[in-house]
Design a protein around this ligand. Sequence first.
Ligand code: HGY
Ligand code: MN
Ligand code: MN
Ligand code: MN
Length: 428
Amino acid sequence: PHPFDEAHSIPSFAVDSIRLQKQIDELSTFSDSPAPSVTRILYSDNDVMARRYIKNLMGLTGLSVREDAVGNIFGRWEGSEPEVPAVSTGSHIDAIPYSGKYDGVVGVLGAIEAINLLKRSGFKPKRSLEVIMFTSEEPTRYGISCLGSRLLAGSVSLAKALRQTVVDNANISFLDAAKYAGYAKNEEFSDVFLSKKSYSAFVELHIEQGPILENEGMSIGIVTAIAAPASIKVDFGGNGGHAGAVLMPQRNDAGLAAAELALAVEKHVLESGSIDTVGTVGILEVHPGAINSIPSKSHIQIDTRDIDEKRRNVVIERIHESAVSISKRRGVELLEFNIVNQDPPALSDEFVINAMESATQVLGLSNKKMISRAYHDSLFMARIAPMGMIFIPCYKGYSHKPEEYASPEDIAKGVKVLALTLAKLSSN
Ligand code: HGY
Ligand code: MN
Ligand code: MN
Ligand code: MN
């Protein structure tokens, strides 16, 4: 029998759910917003304390811990053949404002528990196993999604931008923020890049962030592909002025231009011809933001995605055309139309899918193949290693809000599938 069978038949092949839930609850206290919400922004004090918490848990699990220049954290369990490519797993712990305590966290704390479970069951990996906590999966502070995993996957343009131009809206540069948190010592981000042979596989455990598994009563989602995300920043400029004294024909209201573009985003998405195309204007700011002052500037950020890359790119072109025509018609200046990222989708690797599927069968868990509409660090890890994702159900599919919830039982099932998948992938 191969270790895959041995591991799960040992009675100790059980998840310590009490301890894992305690860790999820403790980690959620490192937050800039009051419970039950979680806000944990890149390199903030709470982010730094949460990172220490994770490094401590990795140490207690017997993993050797290293961090790279931007704070991707790696916990390694040396295998019997340490020179062959390792198997890795992981996710993120940063949290967008007023969100929940499971997004990303389940895939970091759950991965550490999966290692503990394999150790308790006497499993010995041939390939080393690495748990990764990725820096800044969320775009909150610098508008760059999956910043840590993008770098690991070798983004030269990002490595350059982080050193030179990236600042947050408090005008703090990425470099200064990274140094504040104890990173970026030698200011060289290209040594974060991983070689394509670093890992033989990468697997991420994550809550579904959608209602399908719960609605269909399925325990596990086996992700076959991750949708193609894109984000755009747009600024309009007008003359502003007195809300009473400037008559309507004399106005070029930057706020109304932004509002019209937001509705145009919805229109172009709905006209794409597919339910799989989505578009969101999650940020819409007007300046100066006074009730009796005509907005002289507006700033909007657009998130649009699709599982079909070409269809998504058509939507981006139409949004750009609308921005130009709105600015002409309203006499407003289009100060910036910046496509921050326009990423391709990623496909999961067949061999990894089979390993996850056989793990669910061995455990007798219902499972469903599905697409991830949310993006994840897996989207970029897929560029340097065969990738797979394991989904667990979450309450009503809620995510990116405090009502986000996954039960200890569902989390335990996900951790066991992850543990068995890691056992199989690190034995071959
Ligand atoms: O937005 C996303 O898809 C991810 O949850 N950050
Ligand atoms: Mn077998
Ligand atoms: Mn998220
Ligand atoms: Mn996430």
